[in-house]
Each structure stands twice: as structure tokens, then as C-alpha cells.
Write a new protein. Structure first.
Length: 191
């Protein structure tokens, strides 16, 4: 079974299946990123209109180039995805989750009071933010905390979504400021 769901981002569509595809999140913003880690994403990137492939749990969010219409490509993509999933080929290569953890460790090291603050921020994101944005076909990852500023990475449907700024400022920033007083601002980078 495979069906589509709209996302708040008009350039992204969520394809949902009734089986687990990948436990965790795998975000590929170009063919080069996909080549090492995701045979499924490589297959989808064969289409000239694919801009990004985000794989999480039982869904794949596909972001298209803005100069294509979903009406023209949605069914073709659904058939391609169904055929790929039915083939039994790997979705994401083994070792991706471990490699992703290593990349994240290399990026950030915290000490002193910042360690506790970062733990609180990550816990708030995991508990309150991620479940909501996953329903819309996206993801928000913690990237860093410095001088009161939290940097998040927008992935899947959240990347480039017109409403993501509102979600970020009104929702996430407001919540983090209330719950973690050391947070002064939340900014985003597109995944």
C-alpha cells in the first residue's frame, strides 16, 4: 500500500507506506549525498525534477524543483516508488545511522553549563517538535547552541516551506524561550 499526503510545503509531497522503510531520518539534498548511502534516493534522483529525498520511518517525502507541477509527476513517482519498494532493494545502506552520529559528534562539542542546556533543548525538540513536523513530512534537527542562539536544520518538507519560518519563530522559539530561559533566539538552516 502506498498513498500520498500533502505537506505545508507546496514543493514537497509525502508518500506513505504501510511498512517500516528506515528507522530514523535520512535526508538527501542532492544525488551526490545519496550515492553513498541510499539506493532508493539514487533511483528517485534519476528524475530531473527531484530536488530532495527525505526518508523517515514509513514515509518518503519528495521535494520537487519548483518549475514542475505535481499533477504531471505525482503518479509517475508513486509508481516508481511502489516498484522500487516491491523489488526488495535496500532503502538506506547499513551504517548510515552510525556515520550520521559520527558527523554530528564532529560538528559540536559542549562543556560546562552549555551541556545541560543542549540536553534540555534536544529533549524538547524530540518530545514536542519532531512528532508534529514528521506528520507534515519533515524533520527539524538540532545543529548548535551558542550565545543563546539555537540553530536548527530544516529537512524534508520543512526545508524551503513557506510556513516554516512561522513554525520556527512563533512555535519552536516561543516554546524553547519559555522552557529553557537561556535561549534568546532560534534560527534555521535548510537541510
Amino acid at each position: 500500500m502506498l498513498y500520498t499526503e500533502q505537506t505545508p510545503n507546496p514543493e514537497s509531497l509525502k508518500y506513505v507506506t504501510n511498512r517500516m522503510l528506515f528507522e530514523g531520518t535520512a535526508d538527501f539534498q542532492d544525488k551526490e549525498q545519496a550515492e553513498e548511502w541510499s539506493p532508493l534516493a539514487i533511483d528517485l534522483f534519476k528524475n530531473p525534477y527531484i530536488k530532495g529525498v527525505y526518508i523517515c520511518n514509513n514515509f518518503v517525502t519528495i521535494t520537487k524543483e519548483f518549475n514542475y507541477n505535481w499533477e504531471d509527476i505525482m503518479l509517475q513517482l508513486k509508481n516508481q516508488l511502489k516498484e522500487y519498494l516491491d523489488s526488495g532493494h535496500p532503502i538506506v545502506n547499513e551504517g548510515y545511522t552510525e556515520a550520521k552520529l559520527e558527523w554530528e559528534k564532529e560538528k559540536q562539542e559542549y562543556d560546562g553549563d552549555d551541556v545541560d542546556i543542549v540536553v534540555k533543548i534536544k529533549d524538547m525538540l524530540q518530545t514536542y517538535v519532531k512528532p508534529a513536523v514528521e506528520m507534515d513530512g519533515g524533520n527539524i534537527e538540532f545543529k548548535g547552541f551558542q550565545d543563546g542562539v539555537v540553530t536548527l536544520v530544516m529537512q524534508g518538507a520543512c526545508s524551503g516551506c513557506p510556513s516554516s519560518t512561522v513554525t520556527l519563530k512563533a512555535g519552536i522559539e516561543g516554546m524553547l524561550k519559555r522552557m529553557v530561559p537561556e535561549v534568546k533566539e532560534v534560527v534555521a538552516e535548510m537541510g
